[in-house]
Design a protein around this ligand. Structure first.
Ligand SMILES: Cc1cc2nc3c(=O)[nH]c(=O)nc-3n(C[C@H](O)[C@H](O)[C@H](O)COP(=O)(O)OP(=O)(O)OC[C@H]3O[C@@H](n4cnc5c(N)ncnc54)[C@H](O)[C@@H]3O)c2cc1C
Length: 407
């Protein structure tokens, strides 16, 4: 049996970032991942995420940002419009005196950059392609059985194992969930017109379509959320018919479009665990909450979770306190739950507001959207929230924090 300080289940963006945040504290950490080690050799991005300034600060602090940014595209404007009315709104970095509003980053490149930064730390080990056969906790420790071969005893176990979290299920942490009744189709496209570093999103009657700029001037990533029947029809189409449907849905804003990669699809479900911790086990990121991708906030929210947890653990160590005690974990839970609940609520308002085809509501939303577009102070507030510059941020994510080993 091996005794360590912290087990992290899941080597996604949240698990690897947490390992990197905790590594300099000298704790012994094992990251357990059921899948493969990160692989950045794929030529076209499979999945991307829009990361905001707060996430960039955290990833910069852990030294991974330079490698991520080298494969990312910053965007300096965001255009959002309603396919069904005159409603339109545009956010611009220049009017906010910013260089960019965010970055579109390849998920696998994020994992790769984080994994590479972990290599110099002898106190952190990642195990890939492993199966957790059992997970039990006593008052003092958590024991996991890996591959029916190896017993790992740790003082704290973090569930960073995504939307279908095994840790959440095993600990019987209660889950509230509802189906958004939409599927998201994801892929990479080539378009005739350059994207000009603008992120675009059109609200169609059955869901939003996002066109996110990639490093090549004529290449974008799409997230097309629509009703399951429509998604099934779109997935069944050949590439040419799908590309034509996409060109029409985007109102040819980027000219004719050609799909470049196989399409992937995701069921969209809101999940929220009403308890994020039990004893010495705690959940972070998608294991604790997952939201609709329409505002591109899921990964950003998860990175703030791990920055918050790392901050509290670091403070406990500095004060010679137990870093795995439930009082600390409850404090983390209260802090981050408030932020997650705000976003879940906002996503619901957006989704319901834009999927309603009732004529009066359509008029109200068109007037509201165009009204907001003419109110600079309100737009600045919305941008601050989207950039991650509002709310109760962990110290590392706050603007203008000088860090020990930032790039
Ligand atoms: C279509 C779509 C578009 C999105 N766009 C954006 C966006 O633009 N911006 C944004 O911020 N967010 C976006 N998101 C959300 C974002 O992708 C997630 O919030 C983020 O990837 C979650 O990271 P995570 O590390 O919590 O989970 P994951 O990335 O799911 O990682 C969990 C890891 O745990 C591993 N694992 C699972 N079970 C086990 C087990 N039993 N044992 C060991 N390992 C296990 C998995 O293999 C995986 O590697 C989007 C989501 C979707 C679906």
């Amino acid at each position: 049996m091996e005794n360590i300080d912290i087990t992290i289940v899941g080597a996604g963006s949240a698990g690897l970032t947490l390992a990197l945040l905790l590594a300099p504290l000298g704790l012994s950490i094992v990251v357990l991942e059921q899948g493969d080690a990160p692989n950045s050799t794929l030529t076209n991005p499979q999945r991307v995420s829009a990361l905001n300034l707060a996430s960039q600060r955290v990833l910069n602090h852990v030294g991974a940002w330079q490698a991520i940014a080298a494969n990312a595209r910053s965007y300096n404007a965001m255009q959002v419009w309603d396919a069904d009315s005159f409603a339109r709104i545009e956010f611009n970095a220049q009017t906010e005196r910013l260089e960019q509003l965010g970055w579109i980053c390849d998920n696998e490149q994020i994992r790769m950059a984080l994994y590479q930064q972990l290599q110099p730390f002898n106190n952190v080990r990642c195990e890939f392609n492993c199966t957790i056969n059992s997970l039990v906790q006593s008052e003092r420790d958590v024991l996991v059985n890996i591959n029916q071969q190896h017993l790992l005893l740790s003082r704290l176990l973090v569930g960073a194992d995504g939307v279908n979290s095994m840790v959440r299920r095993t600990m019987q942490l209660p889950l509230t969930h509802w189906d958004y009744q939409q599927q998201a189709i994801v892929g990479t496209i080539i378009c005739d017109e350059p994207h000009n570093n603008i992120a675009r999103q059109v609200f169609l009657p059955d869901g939003p379509l996002a066109l996110l700029p990639l490093p090549q001037p004529n290449q974008c990533s799409i997230v097309w959320s629509c009703a399951p029947e429509r998604a099934a029809a779109l997935l069944a189409m050949d590439d040419l018919s799908f590309s034509q449907a996409l060109t029409a849905a985007s109102n040819s804003v980027l000219g004719p479009i050609n799909i470049q990669t196989p399409r992937q699809s995701f069921n969209l479900t809101m999940r929220y665990s009403s308890s994020w911790q039990r004893g010495r086990v705690v959940l972070v990121a998608d294991a604790a909450h997952s939201i609709h991708p329409l505002a591109g906030q899921g990964m950003n929210l998860g990175l703030m979770d791990v920055a918050a947890l790392a901050e509290l653990i670091s403070e406990a160590l500095a004060d010679n306190n137990d870093f795995s005690e439930s009082r600390l974990l409850r404090r983390y839970e209260r802090w981050r739950k408030a932020e997650a609940q705000t976003l879940i609520g906002a996503m619901e308002v957006f989704k319901r507001g834009f999927s309603n085809t009732q004529p009066l509501l359509k008029l109200v939303r068109a007037v509201s959207m165009s009204g907001v577009d003419k109110l600079p102070w309100l737009k600045s507030k919305i941008i601050a929230a989207a950039l991650g510059n509002s709310g109760d941020l962990p110290k590392l994510a706050q603007p203008q924090v000088k860090t020990a080993h930032s790039a």
